[in-house]
Design a protein around this ligand. Structure first.
Ligand code: NIG
Ligand code: FE
Length: 425
């Protein structure tokens, strides 16, 4: 008996499943799950079967049939760390950085994140949505089907809620699944210079309750999409005690932590992430060995962001091989933002991670799919080609998956299928 499904893709040079169990560590992380001459059956927006073409052709007939000979099929990419909603740009600072100014110097002088804060405070909600929508469509063309977006350029209650409202509108206006993260503690706003603890009190006592009220009435709550709570734990930004206060206050109202830790200097953020069972700890460029072991032994995903080091012209990349050898569940993301990572492409991030961090192409692919989905608490629904999961998949114009990380600056994505439907881009 043949079963009828909505869509059958056949004759792929490879179907690369990135199948779990996830999150993947060690030897599992090195296995992309390749099926030669593979096929995928999709029905009702979900994956109905994955296997060799001959087998699926005998089991299924389909309403729509796609022959993808000479190409591969892989999961849609999951970008689990972005600051996508902002106004303005930092192109002047880019030039000053090229002339020698450091990222931290620009921030300390009232530029950096604070310059984007000023532009974002001045922008209307509609402007932010229009800017975000354009960026999300560009990401979709590059194969990204799920995107986490942080607030953090408002730095007052109204400004942060405006960004969260923009993120919520983008969940309807853009083709991806969107996951929101509150990052009120991203930088110290000018109103609180000299009083960081006063700002942390505002985040904990005013902003977080407002975010919880917003979350409860939001589309995300209705969809069962989690909302996370993040903090920039860094020398010259927020210290470990302040970071702990923010994350613990979020936990009390049901927001699971994320943390920007060890981007430049280690303050103990990686250990704090493990202690608080954060969903992820991100950056991790300067993590000392003992904390690496603590995080690797925990459930927290280690999200590495090598596009940042690349853009800042730094060679202090996170030690990805050591993280993998320690047994960490490693994910990769863009950190897309106007200051430290104006980079929309996950294949480019994979390319950098392979060259400068010595990840293998298979590790890099698992890191932007299944492990990235786990960094958003969505690993049971997204991130791999497994029966029952949402049918988010890419047709890539290459004969094997290693080409994704090999070619630089091209876009090999030939088609994007989101929840079973081909995207018009
Ligand atoms: O992840 N590190 C803190 N936040 C961002 C940078 C944001 C910005 O510079 O605007 C990051 O690198
Ligand atoms: Fe970031």
């Amino acid at each position: 008996m043949t079963e009828i499904v909505d869509l059958l893709l056949v004759n792929a040079a490879q179907v690369v499943t990135c199948a779990g169990p996830g999150p993947k560590r060690g030897a599992a992380l090195a296995d992309a799950g390749v099926i030669e001459r593979g096929a995928v059956a999709v029905d009702d927006g979900r994956i109905a079967a994955v296997g060799p073409t001959a087998e699926l052709q005998s089991r299924f007939r389909s309403r729509v049939h796609m022959d993808v000979a000479g190409k591969i099929i892989c999961p849609g990419f999951v970008d689990c760390h972005t600051h996508l909603v902002f106004a303005g740009d930092r192109v002047d600072e880019f030039e000053r950085k090229l002339a020698g100014a450091s990222y931290q110097e620009l921030l300390a002088a009232g530029g950096g994140i604070l310059s984007t804060m000023r532009a974002t405070r001045a922008a209307s909600l509609d402007e932010l949505v229009a800017l975000g929508r354009r960026r999300l469509y560009a990401m979709a063309r590059l194969g990204t089907t799920t995107v986490e977006i942080k607030s953090g350029y408002g730095l007052d209650t109204a400004g942060e809620l405006k960004i969260l409202a923009a993120i919520e509108q983008l969940a309807v206006a853009a083709p991806q699944d969107i996951v929101p993260t509150f990052l009120g503690a991203h930088a110290l706003p000018p109103e609180f210079i000299g009083d960081p603890d006063g700002y942390i009190a505002l985040v904990c006592e005013e902003m977080l309750p407002a975010v919880a009220a917003w979350r409860n009435a939001s589309l995300f709550n209705a969809l069962g999409v989690p909302v996370f709570n993040d903090v920039f734990c860094e020398q010259g930004v927020f210290d470990l005690a302040q970071s702990r206060r923010v994350l613990e206050a979020g936990l009390k109202i049901g927001l699971r932590p994320k943390i920007h830790a060890d981007e430049f200097v280690s303050l103990g953020g990686a250990r704090l992430a493990a202690e608080l069972d954060a969903i992820s700890a991100d950056h991790l460029d300067a993590t000392p060995p003992e904390e690496m072991a603590a995080l690797a032994a925990s459930q927290t995903i280690a999200v590495l962001l090598p596009g940042v080091n690349f853009h800042l012209g730094s060679h202090h990349f996170a030690q990805a091989r050591r993280w993998v050898e320690a047994g960490a569940a490693v994910a990769l993301a863009t950190d897309f933002n106007p200051g430290s990572a104006p980079i929309l492409s996950l294949p480019l991030v994979m390319a950098i991670a392979c060259r400068y961090q010595r990840l293998t192409p298979a590790e890099a692919l698992n890191a932007v799919t299944l492990n990235a989905a786990h960094a958003l608490g969505l690993g049971d629904r997204l991130g791999s080609l497994e029966v029952g999961k949402q049918a988010d998949l890419l047709v890539v114009d290459a004969p094997d998956y290693r080409h994704l990380a090999y070619w630089l600056g091209d876009n090999l994505v030939a088609a994007v299928i989101k929840a079973g439907k081909p995207l018009e881009m």
